[in-house]
Design a binder for this molecule. Structure first.
Ligand code: PLP
Length: 331
């Protein structure tokens, strides 16, 4: 029995496979990767797991319009636009600020999906949510049935997708006979992905330390917000208070700021590309991978077994082409 309506979007389990050349290059005992960049629709990414449940709820309520937002290069907005179309719905995107910036990467894809873009003049998740709710009221006055999805799709219903993802990887690990992992590493934006995994851990414990690498907020804020998201999800599932997953969050790898590539992140992109032929994105996964590389090389994680959870985002490689080329050409 599923606690929330489900609209299937993924093709099945995402692959898990080892990264032997990468692990050797950085001094890890083993490194495995969970490929949520290959979730199957519109270039993939973690948001599809959340959208399976968010869309499920929207359709069960008879909605005909999805409204969401974020930065103009939001992966979440791109994937919401794609799945709205698949479900026969319209989509309005509320973006931060007034200048959408370069029409490449995710923004280009939003336009291809025919999304209506609203520049809000606002910044921050809460201000954007308020702008979305205002638009939803307008839509209702026009006779539409809108469904508002907060930034990153991080609500208990969305995050439930990552509780299910936790169960999926436990099943896979069992089937493949994987050795126990020391660390499971995932990037942290709004924290919903990590919150879902931590809720999964609370309900089906496995001896792995959950580690989030923040790409946006300081560790204390990210930790508090992720904890709140995990607790709301567990409460929505009717789990008694006190049963929780535990996780730690690093904030040393944010670089200049959210959305701006870091030198270490670009080096991580090149290292994974040149050892394994796999691409990570400059905004989330490269920064998380830079954390793994640093912790392994500093010695704290030397010889350990790490599961790196690839959350997608690769269209942003092209948005940041100039930044990447500048760094590549230096070497
Ligand atoms: C949104 C996103 C994340 C962060 O997920 P949260 O649930 O917001 O923490 C990580 N990686 C990519 C590629 C994303 O698009």
């Amino acid at each position: 029995m599923q606690p929330f309506p489900h609209y299937p979007l993924l093709w099945g389990e995402t692959p898990i496979h080892p990264l032997p050349r990468f692990a050797e290059a950085v001094g890890l005992g083993e490194c495995w990767i969970k490929r949520d960049d290959l979730t199957g629709i519109a270039l993939g990414g973690n948001k599809l797991r959340k959208l399976e449940y968010l869309l499920g709820e929207a359709l069960s309520k008879g909605c005909d319009l999805l409204i969401t937002g974020g930065s103009p290069q939001s992966n979440h907005a791109r994937l919401t636009a794609a799945v709205a179309r698949k479900a026969g719905m319209d989509v309005w995107l509320c973006f931060a600020g007034s200048n959408p910036g370069v029409e490449q990467g995710n923004l280009l894809l939003d336009k291809l999906f025919g999304a209506t873009v609203h520049m809000t003049g606002q910044y921050g998740s809460e201000a954007l949510l308020a702008a979305m709710k205002e638009l939803a009221q307008q839509a209702e006055q026009e006779g539409r049935k809108p469904y508002v999805i907060p930034v990153g799709g991080s609500t208990p219903i969305g995050d439930y997708g990552y509780k299910r993802a936790w169960d999926e990887w436990l099943r896979q690990a069992d089937k493949l006979g994987l050795p126990p992992m020391d660390y499971l590493v995932v990037p942290v934006g709004t924290g919903g992905t990590l919150a879902g995994l931590a809720a999964g851990q609370a309900l089906s414990p496995a001896p792995v330390q959950l580690v989030g690498i923040s790409v946006w907020q300081r560790a204390s804020t990210a930790h508090r917000e992720t904890l709140e998201l995990m607790r709301s999800l567990l409460a929505a599932l009717g789990v008694a208070e006190g049963r929780e997953g535990t996780f730690s969050i690093f904030d040393e790898y944010i670089g200049p700021k959210y959305g701006v590539p870091s030198v270490e992140g670009i080096q991580a992109i090149r290292l994974l590309a040149q050892t394994e032929g796999i691409l990570v994105d400059p905004v989330y996964t490269a920064k998380a991978l830079a954390g793994v590389i640093d912790l392994a090389r500093r010695g704290d994680w030397r010889g350990k077994r790490v599961l790196f959870w690839h959350t997608g985002g690769t269209p942003a490689l092209f948005t940041h082409a100039q930044n990447l080329m500048d760094e590549v050409n230096k070497k």
